[in-house]
Design a protein around this ligand. Structure first.
Ligand SMILES: Nc1ncnc2c1ncn2[C@@H]1O[C@H](COP(=O)(O)OP(=O)(O)OP(=O)(O)O)[C@@H](O)[C@H]1O
Ligand SMILES: [Mg+2]
Length: 315
C-alpha cells in the first residue's frame, strides 16, 4: 500500500549570492513494508526531499500525501505517522543520557508511565546500548550515537521511518547492525525511506530505488529491475596457447569483447544474454586449447548507478 506520495516537488534555495534549484520535479510513492532508497551524489537533493516529506523544508511546488493526508496543509497531523533520523544525529540530546534521551523523546510523542519504561528497555536492548544506558549521549562513539538516534526514531512505532544517510561514517560492524535494523523495520511492515550514496547499502537492502541527479529523477524502479537491465554477464576466459586470427575474427562478433593472445589467450567479454556463453564456447572448442581459467563477474549496483547517471544529461 502506498503510504507516502510525493508529486512533482520543486525547491529553489535563494541565498543573497545565488539561487540553487535543489529539486526540479521529484515524484515517487513509497509503500508499507518496503525499503525505498533515494540515491544520489552529494548535492543531488536527497536531504531536501526527506526534509520536505517531514515538513522541515517547504517546497515551492508539488504535493505530499502521508497516509492520505495532505502533508503540506496539515503538517502536524501528517507528522504523527512519521519519525526520522536526520544527518549528523541532530535528533539526539548530547547532554542527556541514553535513558533520558529515549524517555524525553517518548514524552514528546505522548508516551509515558510504565508503558514508556518498558518500551525504552526493549529499544535499548535492540540497539545494543544496554551497558551504556546511563552514559551521556555526547560521550558515545559515532556508531553508538547513530544507534541511539535510530532508537529514538523507532520508539514511537510510527508506520513511516525516514533515515538520511544512516550508514555515513559508520564502521563495518555498526553498518552491519544498521542494515539489520533497516531490514527488521521493513519486515515488521513499516515504510522505510532512506537516502544514501552508498551503493552497497542499496544493493543489499533496497526494494525500490529513486536515483536523483542534480535535483532531477534519472531512474525510479525496483532495484532488481534496474540491475537486470545491466545484467549482461561479464566473463574472463584464459586459454593455454595462442588462438589463430580466424578464431579472433569469429569471436569479434560478440558485442563487447577484448582478446589478447600472447602465449596464452585472455578473453574479456561482456555478453548481452547469459546463454551466449555457449555459442562462444562452440568457437573456442575448435581451437582445442586447454582452458586455464574462467571467471564470471556479476553486475554490481555501483556500475548500474554510474551507467544510469552517465546516460542522463544531469542538467
Ligand atoms: N539551506 C540551504 N540553502 C541554500 N542551498 C541549499 C540549502 N540546503 C541545500 N542547499 C543546496 O541544495 C542542493 C541539494 O542539497 P541537499 O542537501 O538536498 O543534497 P543531498 O543529496 O542531501 O547532498 P549530500 O549527499 O551532500 O547530503 C545542493 O546544491 C545544496 O548546496
Ligand atoms: Mg544530504
Amino acid at each position: 500500500m502506498e503510504i507516502v506520495e510525493v508529486k512533482n516537488l520543486r525547491k529553489t534555495y535563494s541565498t543573497r549570492r545565488k539561487k540553487v534549484e535543489a529539486l526540479k520535479g521529484i515524484s515517487f510513492e513509497a509503500k508499507t513494508g518496503e525499503i525505498f532508497s533515494l540515491l544520489g551524489a552529494n548535492g543531488a537533493g536527497k536531504t531536501t526531499t526527506i526534509k520536505s516529506v517531514l515538513g522541515l523544508v517547504i517546497p515551492d511546488e508539488g504535493e505530499i500525501f502521508v497516509n492520505g493526508i495532505n502533508a503540506l496543509r496539515h503538517r502536524n497531523k501528517a507528522a504523527r505517522y512519521m519519525s526520522a533520523v536526520l544527518e549528523g544525529n541532530r535528533n539526539i540530546h548530547w547532554r542527556l543520557t541514553v535513558k533520558e534521551n529515549l524517555e524525553y523523546f517518548g514524552h514528546l510523542r505522548g508516551m509515558g508511565g510504565r508503558k514508556l519504561k518498558e518500551r525504552v528497555r526493549e529499544i535499548v536492548e535492540y540497539i545494543e546500548l544496554t551497558d551504556k544506558f546511563n552514559e551521556i549521549a555526547g560521550k558515545l562513539s559515532r556508531g553508538m550515537q547513530q544507534r541511539l538516534a535510530v532508537g529514538i526514531a523507532i520508539l514511537p512505532d510510527t508506520p513511516i521511518v525516514l533515515l538520511d544517510e544512516p550508514t555515513l561514517g559508520l564502521d563495518v560492524e555498526s553498518s552491519m547492525k544498521m542494515r539489520e535494523i533497516l531490514k527488521d523495520l521493513s519486515k515488521s511492515g513499516k515504510c522505510v525511506i532512506l537516502s544514501t550514496h552508498d551503493m552497497n547499502l542499496v544493493e543489499e537492502v533496497a526494494d525500490r530505488v529513486l536515483i536523483i541527479n542534480n535535483g532531477r529523477m534519472v531512474a525510479y524502479d525496483d532495484k532488481e529491475k534496474l540491475m537486470d537491465m545491466f545484467r549482461k554477464r561479464a566473463y574472463r576466459i584464459v586459454l593455454d596457447g595462442s588462438v589463430k586470427s580466424g578464431v579472433v575474427e569469429k569471436l569479434s562478433r560478440f558485442g563487447d569483447i577484448n582478446i589478447k593472445t600472447n602465449g596464452e589467450t585472455v578473453i574479456d567479454v561482456q555478453l548481452d544474454s547469459y546463454d551466449e556463453i555457449y555459442d562462444l564456447f562452440d568457437i573456442l572448442k575448435e581451437t582445442k586449447l586447454p582452458l586455464k581459467r574462467i571467471e564470471a563477474e556479476d553486475v554490481r549496483f555501483e556500475k548500474v548507478f554510474l551507467k544510469i547517471v552517465e546516460g542522463s544529461d544531469g542538467k
